[in-house]
Ligand binder design. Structure first.
Ligand code: ADP
Ligand code: MG
Length: 311
């Protein structure tokens, strides 16, 4: 459990974070959302002491972070940032294994962990283990960045706009993968975003920041149903607008003959799901099934044509 207790960070005259308190339960995802400059990054970086607070306290399982040496603290806390921050001259395997290596895990244990994570992120280990970051797509680089932060099974994962550089549609898939992996590993995650849609999709709890203050902390349903301020209501109002249309069209509307490779989608899934599946896994078509039986495929070209027809 993470207890944030009246934490404040002041830069000269600016209160970047102003007396924020909240509790994060083990095994949950809390998404911190707010506009640029609202203090999200500063709040996150005080938790692993990349920034020192001006006042207040953070306790992890009852122990104040101030009583732990910062470099020891940071080994127990995963940290993933936008643009992945991979080492360009290290292979995927070395990148993911960087923290376990620091912790003196055996070669076999590191190797097993790297392969497990690559599989969880749908990247065939034999194919990707020895590649360099430049040989990966943007989505794959971001997945490796997240896998690296998870590699040592940290007590807590801090993620600062981890999917911010991704196309909004690929982002949906990245979020689903993260959710699935978090549930599988039981990780505790605090994730920062400026995107309310991401917060609502991903968070067990959503913490809304405005001008350094925590203005609302609750479940996505509470945030949508009872926004605490006009600012929260405005942020909720913008959710989904750009992709709403594709969400409304079923895959069955554009299904065509053919047998694409890879995981299938049900005919009742939306075109938005299909587009995410294509872009996130780098496929130009996805097989479609109805009641588990193949009925054809949906192609990226057909989805795009449909989106443009309504644009
Ligand atoms: P967010 O991540 O929500 O965009 P930040 O936490 O980065 O916001 O910044 C919050 C406020 O603190 C902003 O007004 C920003 O300009 C200020 N700030 C952040 N870091 C520093 C710093 N190192 N020195 C001075 N001001 C800073
Ligand atoms: Mg930030």
């Amino acid at each position: 459990m993470i207890e944030i207790d009246e934490i404040t960070k002041t830069y000269d005259a600016v209160k970047a974070v102003d007396t924020v308190s909240m509790t994060v339960e083990t095994g949950t995802i809390t998404v911190i959302v707010g506009t640029s400059g609202s203090g999200k990054t500063t709040l996150l970086r005080m938790i692993n002491r990349l920034e020192e607070q001006t006042s207040g306290d953070v306790r992890i399982n009852g122990t104040s972070t101030l009583s732990v040496k910062p470099h020891i603290l940071r080994r127990r806390i995963g940290y993933a940032i936008q643009g992945h921050g991979l080492f360009p001259h290290h292979t995927v395997a070395r990148n993911i294994g960087a923290v376990p290596e620091l912790l003196n895990w055996s070669r076999e244990k590191i190797r097993a962990r790297v392969d497990e994570l690559l599989e969880l992120f749908s990247m065939e280990p034999a194919q990707f283990r020895d590649r360099y970051p430049a040989e990966l797509s943007g989505g794959q680089q971001q997945r490796v960045g997240v896998a690296r932060a998870l590699a040592s099974r940290p007590d807590l994962m801090l993620m600062d706009e981890p999917f911010g550089a991704l196309d909004p549609i690929i982002r949906t898939r990245a979020q689903e993968d993260l959710r699935r992996i978090q549930q599988r590993l039981g990780s505790t995650i605090m994730l920062v975003t400026h995107d309310m849609e991401e917060a609502i999709r991903l968070g067990d709890f959503v913490a809304v920041m405005d001008g350094g203050k925590l203005v609302q902390h609750g479940t996505p349903t509470e945030i949508i149903a009872r926004p605490a301020t006009e600012f929260v209501a405005d942020m909720v109002g913008d959710v989904e607008r750009p992709l709403r249309l594709l969400s409304l069209i079923p895959v069955s509307d554009v299904v065509e003959s053919g047998s694409a490779e890879g995981a299938a989608l049900d005919a009742g899934a939306s075109l938005r799901d299909a587009l995410s599946a294509c872009l996130w896994t780098g496929r130009t078509a996805v097989p479609v099934t109805r009641d588990g039986k193949p009925v054809g495929q949906v192609t990226l070209a057909a989805i795009r044509a449909r989106a443009e027809a309504h644009a």
